[in-house]
Design a protein around this ligand. Structure first.
Ligand code: SF4
Length: 520
């Protein structure tokens, strides 16, 4: 096997024996076969000018399946490959790349092709979430097919770079679509203080990104005496009016994904994984894990949607009732000892408060904004982000999103005016909202986004971070700090282009980077 798509890849170069994530060689092989089949299908769709929603969905789900920590079920991946192959053959395309060709060849071309592939995997996840809520954008669909087909082309370095920027633009549209889907279905997020207290009685922990799964579960647990706790990237659900109106949505359990094997071991409750990041479940809680959608692990209970997208969660709910939860309330804390966290400072909340924010900048009350966002992970070096937040001067505001925030979101960093200094904008896809806020601030100050007192500090782990980075670069946003380590799939040439063209900075130390950004 060879896989180097995530930040924890072996030796910082690639997993070749088995995945650090737990992915086995046979699963890795089937994922590569699936990828080659999808490239073949995309080529056939372009050739036949045939882009039926059904075929696009097949590619979207296939790409999402191959994201890190999504599907460990080799048979499920192989079955998907067969479906794609059948569709490809029907369109009359007989030729496909061999799995061994995906990551071999000229180093720079492999780097650029892999960056495109991984970015497409990330964008497909956002497209999937939007379409389960009934939203699709023909431009996004078209670009998914164009991008997949291009993976088999012999492009020049310049052409690959052009494709990467186009993918960034398409992903902006895709994230906008998802935001429209989420806010259209559940309302604009509002600030919410979220308890870390697990109340006595039966409960279910829901993790991943899929708000529709959570909504269906909330509807099915209304009045059943089963409480619901978010985990990981599901935390921002507490800000959405149509979700928080369910009184059994009580609080948040645990921290980021890499702590799940420890955190899920000793609870009397089942856990529902709606998306990544699933780690191989330990024997002491495996029988309490449920997966749905593209997530899969051999032997773990899986809940499928019916033809209308409805999921029957009764087995999960029965499991919660049977396990019974805690006999007493149990107060948990975040990493820094806090007993609550806040969320819900989405785009609309910040735009509604733009006049006060602009006044605070003009009067010197706010010196600088940092967007400290992205994934968390297990490798050392990620303390950089918590230290960065703790050392950031008191007249700076920390915007955050995605699961990297668990390192500091229970930390009392104080307030500026009516706002806490740490403002949680939501999940990783809410990077779209952050872009919109940045553009609005730039308009208000009559300058470009790069001239704002704003610095992006990105922590990456999996492939959704890749498409977000490409979106930011496609918008011309410069001076981004990225860590904790650089992607193994960036060749020296590709990295030097990104550094030269976009002032991309690998992180150093919080002290050094703060000094470089703030100048003191
Ligand atoms: Fe290795 Fe990451 Fe690939 Fe898993 S997803 S096999 S950890 S590079």
């Amino acid at each position: 096997m060879f896989c180097f798509q995530c930040e924890q890849t072996a030796k910082g170069t690639g997993c070749e024996v088995s995945g650090i994530c737990g992915k086995k060689p046979d699963t890795a092989y089937e994922q590569d076969v699936l990828t080659c089949e999808m490239i073949g299908l995309a080529q056939a769709m372009r050739k036949n000018e045939s882009a039926s929603a059904e075929l696009v969905d097949m590619i979207v789900d296939g790409l999402f399946t191959t994201i890190t920590n999504v599907c460990f079920d080799t048979l499920k991946v192989a079955a998907l490959s067969e479906q794609v192959k059948e569709a490809r053959m029907k369109l009359g395309c007989g030729e496909v790349m061999m799995p061994g060709e995906l990551f071999s060849g000229d180093t720079d071309i492999v780097s650029l092709r892999s960056t495109l592939l991984f970015g497409l995997r990330g964008m497909a996840a956002y497209a999937h979430h939007a379409r389960v809520l009934g939203k699709r954008d023909p431009d996004v669909d078209e670009w998914l097919i164009k991008g997949m087909a291009a993976l088999a082309d012999g492009n020049t370095v310049e052409e690959w770079l052009g494709l990467l920027m186009q993918l960034g633009g398409a992903n902006l549209k895709c994230m906008a679509l998802l935001e429209e889907a989420n806010t259209g279905a559940y309302g604009d997020p509002v600030p919410a203080q979220v308890p870390l207290l697990i109340e006595k009685g039966p409960f279910i922990v829901v993790t991943g990104h899929d708000l529709r799964d959570l909504k269906m579960l909330l509807e099915q647990t209304d009045g059943k005496g089963v409480n619901i706790y978010t985990n990981g990237e599901m935390l921002p659900a507490h800000g959405y009016p149509e979700l928080k109106k369910h009184s059994q949505l009580k609080g948040n359990f645990g921290t980021a994904w890499q702590n799940q094997q420890k955190e899920f071991a000793n609870i009397n409750a089942p856990v529902l994984f709606t998306t990544n990041c699933l780690m191989p479940p330990k024997a002491d809680y495996e029988d309490r894990v449920f997966t749905t959608s593209v997530v899969g692990f051999p032997g773990v209970k899986h809940i499928e949607a019916d033809d209308n997208g409805y999921k029957d969660f009764s087995e999960l709910i029965d499991s919660a009732l049977e396990l019974g939860g805690n006999s007493e309330d149990r107060q948990l804390t975040g990493i820094n000892g806090g007993t609550t966290v806040t969320t819900g400072f989405g785009k609309q909340t910040l735009l509604d408060n733009a006049p006060a924010i602009i006044d605070a900048v003009k009067s010197g009350g706010i010196r600088h904004f940092f967007l400290v966002g992205g994934c968390d992970g297990a490798k050392p070096g990620r303390n950089y982000y918590s230290e960065f937040v703790k050392q950031a001067p008191k007249d700076t505001v920390i915007l955050t999103l995605a699961c990297g925030k668990y390192r500091f979101n229970d930390f009392d960093a104080g307030a500026i005016g009516p706002f806490p200094r740490i403002l949680d904008m939501g999940q990783c896809n809410d990077a779209y909202g952050a872009v919109r806020v940045a553009v609005a601030l730039a308009d208000a100050f009559q300058c470009g986004v790069n001239d704002l007192p704003l610095t992006l500090e990105l922590s990456w782990y999996e492939q959704k971070a890749v498409c977000i980075l490409l979106t930011l670069l496609s918008l011309g946003i410069k001076n981004i700090y990225i860590g904790p380590s650089l992607p193994a799939f960036f060749s020296e040439t590709v990295l030097s282009v990104l550094v030269e063209k976009f002032d991309l900075h690998p992180i150093t130390t919080p002290e050094q980077d703060l000094k470089a950004i703030l100048g003191s």
